[in-house]
Design a protein around this ligand. Structure first.
Ligand code: ADP
Ligand code: MG
Length: 295
């Protein structure tokens, strides 16, 4: 493509909120045959809400769990999540705030991207607790949550699972339309997520995505991209999180949601300013047009 045609397409993209950081990205997109979509914050809005909590009321047997929001446990969870930037953490904190809960103090905090958080929290009783929130929930309650398309988050206090939180995230209104439009252009669309298989399936089904790579750790997201490339595919990766950054960099074209983290945006070649998945289609079409008309 000529420099002029690139300038024109780049300007057009900007009008639609699609920012190209390089001419190469604009040129490569026309050859992309596979679009990989992150789930949380990309296919979904990334504004999850706490919708259910299953609490272990018995002696550890999950036969005795009950569905109720336990304010004491929620306060511990929200304190631990208060230092995390993950969309799931925002849901836990919003739920605690909505119930007017006062959060206990956080003495220590560590985040494990793609897995969860660990914190040392001083409860209202003055006792310090080890609080962990992660994707390692017992099977029965996790399955129950995932069946609804909710993400199960396990709450461990002092080494024991005390509750499973069910967090629901709405699918972006244009996700299904964008998937259909990409497929109509002969592009394969796959979902790549650190979330559980059942939850991911439910979201994929509702947006018309057939292929799902679930339970993928952050490091492995990049490897999935590399494997697709090894199989001869030209891959665009679309994501929003810190955990997507290596995969965005590895992909032939990295596309970041403008609503996402700075790290994702810096690792990508294209930014969708308002986080609208239809921007992927706009980008593909601009690229095809540029490469077709002026060579
Ligand atoms: P995705 O690939 O869908 O954007 P992530 O890779 O960020 O999801 O996270 C994968 C899984 O790790 C989440 O579905 C969740 O179960 C768990 N997780 C990650 N961060 C947190 C957190 N701050 N609190 C609780 N769970 C978390
Ligand atoms: Mg994400």
């Amino acid at each position: 493509a000529t420099p002029l045609s690139i300038t024109i397409a780049t300007g057009k993209g900007a009008q639609y909120g699609v920012l190209f950081r390089s001419a190469t990205a604009l040129e490569t997109l026309a050859r992309v045959d596979t679009v990989v979509l992150d789930k949380t914050g990309t296919v979904t809005a990334g504004e999850p809400t706490l919708v259910a909590m299953l609490v272990d009321d018995g002696d550890g047997g999950w036969a005795e769990w009950a569905e109720r929001i336990d304010d004491g446990l929620l306060a511990l969870a929200a304190a631990a999540e208060s230092r995390s930037e993950h969309p799931l953490a925002r849901a836990v904190d919003a739920a605690a705030a909505g119930r007017g809960l006062e959060l206990p103090g956080v003495l220590g905090f560590a985040s494990r991207p793609g897995h969860g958080v660990t914190a040392s929290v001083r409860g209202v009783d003055g006792v310090t607790h080890d609080v962990v929130l992660d994707n390692d929930a017992p099977e029965a309650p996790a399955r129950e949550m995932a069946r609804h398309g909710w993400t199960p988050v396990a709450l461990h206090v002092d080494g024991a699972v005390r509750a499973v939180l069910g967090i629901a995230d709405i699918v972006r209104p244009t996700s299904a339309t964008a998937v259909a439009a990409l497929r109509a252009r002969g592009i394969d669309v796959v979902m790549l997520t650190g979330d559980h298989e059942t939850t991911a399936r439910a979201i994929a089904d509702s947006t018309g995505i057939d292929t799902v790579f679930a339970d993928v750790r952050p490091d492995d997201k990049e490897h999935v991209i590399a494997e697709l490339q090894g199989a001869g595919r030209t891959v665009a990766m679309v994501g929003d999180g810190i955990n997507d950054a290596p995969a965005l960099a590895r992909a032939d074209v990295g596309i970041a949601m403008g609503t996402g983290t700075d790290v994702a945006i810096e690792s990508a070649d294209v930014t969708l300013m308002n986080g609208d998945p239809l921007g992927i289609v706009t980008a593909v079409d601009l690229s095809a047009k540029t490469m077709r008309n002026i060579h």
